[in-house]
Design a protein around this ligand. Structure first.
Ligand code: COA
Ligand code: MG
Length: 296
């Protein structure tokens, strides 16, 4: 599984920012054709993204393109401009229904057939940022195996439900939790909301840590300043990895001795603790910090 700890957006018509993004060691680079691009620059964005896909070395960063919403009238041109140039994935904003994902899935599948690329090689990521998207999560999350992650969009959701955004974010908390829960139910990664004040690194770090604690695999970001603290927040530190290994070993030896629950350093350990420890190791593995089962 590709690590998606940080997903950096930039306007698709800004070649300078795309080039800069390729130098940052960020897990995902999302070249935007939607809200980051002025209406009269959509065609320039499509051309610029195509040129970036051909001329830039993205290294380990995932090459994503965000199309305009299904029904905007722009989505088909967006998709068919970039698909022949083989991005790693397409990001669909404002997903309301599973059918919208299925439409994009069909377009990608026929492009893969046309060019003889392996089926499923171009992935899909859906942004959930409307009230209808939230209530349709059970079908959206199962729309197609091509779908690898769900993104939670707080700003658009707040606009859609008539909420005013606050620093604490309680107005979007139900939706944020719904996205991470449905993603987990169908083995998708969940990617948390944007923190728009790119000068406030402490605030960003707190919100990123909170997202990691909630079960998100990563966070959307909008500025190079945000890469390091966000990728760090979604990478287990050495202490958490050591603790996870310690719990798994202790659990295995207690199981052999016929004990399902036991005390470790004054705290109860049983099956849920093992699941939590396995999650920590899965994240460490995705971030390239450990290999295999984590033992040296
Ligand atoms: N990706 C790549 N590079 C970026 C970047 C981004 N998202 N945001 C800024 N940079 C670059 C700038 O080009 C500049 O590079 P330079 O020194 O080589 O010229 C450097 O980082 C510093 O940028 P700064 O001056 O602090 O920011 P700015 O005023 O140029 O831009 C924003 C501020 C918010 C407009 C910009 O960060 C941005 O475009 N963010 C993404 C917006 C977007 O895509 N929104 C839609 C999705 S939510
Ligand atoms: Mg949005």
């Amino acid at each position: 599984m590709h690590a998606r700890r940080a997903l950096l957006y930039m306007p698709g018509d800004d070649f300078r920012k795309i080039r800069k993004a390729t130098t940052l060691g960020v897990d995902c680079i999302c070249m935007d054709m939607e809200d980051g691009v002025a209406v009269n620059r959509k065609a320039v964005a499509r051309e610029t993204i195509v040129s970036a896909l051909h001329t830039l070395d993205f290294g380990q960063s995932e090459r994503l393109a965000r199309i305009n919403a299904i029904g905007s009238g722009l989505e088909s041109d967006d998709l068919h401009s970039v698909l022949p140039h083989r991005p790693d994935g397409i990001v669909i904003p404002k997903v309301d229904t599973a059918n919208q994902i299925l439409w994009v899935n069909e377009q990608i599948a026929s492009t893969e057939t046309e060019y003889g690329w392996p089926e499923g090689s171009i992935i899909l990521i859906a942004i959930i940022e409307t009230a209808r998207g939230i209530i349709n999560l059970p079908t959206i999350a199962q729309a197609t195996p091509r779908l690898k992650a769900l993104i939670f969009g707080a700003e658009d959701l707040a606009g859609d439900i008539g909420a005013l955004r606050t620093g604490e974010g309680w107005e979007v908390f139900y939706a944020r939790s719904a996205v991470v829960t449905h993603a987990a139910a169908f083995e998708l990664q969940a990617i948390d909301m944007v923190f728009i004040d790119f000068h406030d690194i402490e605030g960003l770090r707190r919100e990123a840590q909170q997202g990691a604690q909630m079960g998100f695999a990563g966070k959307q970001i909008i500025h190079p300043n945000q890469v390091e603290s966000v990728q760090q927040a979604f990478t287990p530190d050495d202490e958490s990895i050591a603790r996870a290994l310690y719990i798994l070993e202790a659990f295995a030896s207690h199981q052999e001795a016929g004990l399902g629950a036991f005390a470790l350093d004054g705290k109860m350990i049983d099956a849920p603790s093992v699941k939590a420890a396995e999650h920590v190791l899965a994240r460490a593995r995705a971030a390239g910090k450990i290999k295999g089962n984590g033992h040296p």
